[in-house]
Design a binder for this molecule. Sequence first.
Ligand SMILES: [Zn+2]
Length: 467
Amino acid sequence: MNRRKILSELLREMWRSTPSTRAKLEAMQARRIEKALDFFRSNTAYFAALGDVPLGQLPRMNKQVMMDHFDELNSAGISKSTAFELARRAERSRDFSPEWNGVTVGLSSGTSGNAGLFLANDGDKARYAAAVARKLLWPLMRKRGLRPSRRSWPLRAALLFRSDSPLYQSTNSPLVKLRFIDITAADFPQTDDLAAFDPHVILGPPAALELLAQTAAHRLQPERVFSVAEVLEDDVRGRLQRAFKVPVIHQLYQCTEGFLGSTCEHGTLHLHEDMVHIEKSWLNGSSSTVAAPGRRYHPVITDFTRRTQAIVRYELNDILVEGPPCPCGSLFSAVAKIEGRSDDVFELHAANGGVVRLFPDQIRNTLLVASSTPTNFLVEQVGPTSIRISLKLDPSNKAANTQASNRVHQAFQNLLAGRGVRNPSIEPAPWTNPGLERKQRRIVNRMTRKPEPNQTERAPLELTEIT
Ligand SMILES: [Zn+2]
C-alpha cells in the first residue's frame, strides 16, 4: 500500500467542495462520469468494445454480467481465477491483507448463492477512506468539538463484521482508531475487550448489535451506532435505541458495488450522489418516471469514484422506497427504507391463473400487526402456493405463544386468501437461531434463491446483499 499516494488522494477528496444546488450536483456528476467512462474505455476491454457512447445508451449490468465479464471489466488485469484464489486463501487464513500488484482483493457475500469479487487499488481505497471521514467521522468530530473531553482522542470505532479488510484499515490515523471485532468468533462479543476499547462509534449488522446490546450495553457508551449489511427492522431499531441510549440508529448502505448511502442527523438515509450516480428503475409495474414518496425502485448505479472495477449502470436487486424531502435540506435523494431484495418478493399462484406478488414489507406488516409476541421470525415461500412461518417465542409463556401462533397463522390465511392465492398452505416450523455467520433475513423466497453454499461467506465491504 502506497501511503503517500493514499494521503494525497485522501486530502484532495476531503477538500472537494459539495455542490450547492441539485443542478450543480448533476453537472458535477456528468463531468465525473465522463472522466470515469474515458478511463474505462482506455483501460478495460469491455468498454473499449462498446465505444464512445453516452451513459444512458450503455447496457445495464448486474452481478451475473460482472462475474461473466470479470476479466474485461477490471482495469488491473487480474483474472477471475487469480482473484478467487487470493480471496479464498484470505478467508481460510483469516489474514485479510492479500494484494495483487497493489490491488486489494475481497470476496463478497453471496446471499443469493453466487459469491462476487471486489477489487480496490490505492486510489479507490483513499477515496473510500475520504468518504468515510467526510460522511461519518467529520460530522461526529464537529459535534463533539475538538477540545479535550472526558473521553480522550482518538475517535474509536468498533467494527462488528464477519471479516476485516485493508480497506477499513486505510481509515486508521492518529485521529481515528478502528477495531475489527469478528462476529463469527466463538467468544463474540468479547465484552471486556470492547469495554476497554471504549468505542465512540459501533458499527455492525443489526443481529450482532442486538446480541451486543443484550450482553454489554451497560458497559458501553457509544455516541453513534450504525446498522449495516442487513435490513434494519423497526422493532430491532427500537430495542437498539433503548439499549444503547441513542436517539437515532444510523444506517450505512454499502456493498461491494459501492458506498451508496448513509443517514443524516435526522436519521434519514440519503444516497451518496456525490460518489455514485443513481438511476431509479421504478417497480410496481408503472411506466411513470416521476419520483414520488412511497414508490419502490431498484437503484441502477454508476460509481464515478472507483477505477479498478467498472460499476456502470449496475442494477441492484435491493428494493428501495422513495422518501419525502428531508428537513436536513440535503440535495441527495432520501430513502424511506430499504425493504429487502427482489429475489424475496413472494410470487404465488393465483386461483385465476395469474400471479400474486407480495412485497417483503407486506409480509412483515402482516406478522407484526397480528402479534407483537414473537421477538424474531422467518417467513419463507416454499412452494407455488405454500409459505412456512417460524416464530421466536419466549418458552416461559405457553398460553401467550399459542395465541400468538394462531393469530399469525390466521392473519396469513386471510392475506393469502384475500389476495386470491389458489388453495394456500401455511406451515408452522420450529424456530432455529440463525447464528451470526450468515446474513439474517426474515423474508425469504426459497423458490428463487439458489441453495446457499456450506462455506461461510464474508464480504470485504460487508454491506449490501441487504437481506
Ligand atoms: Zn436528511
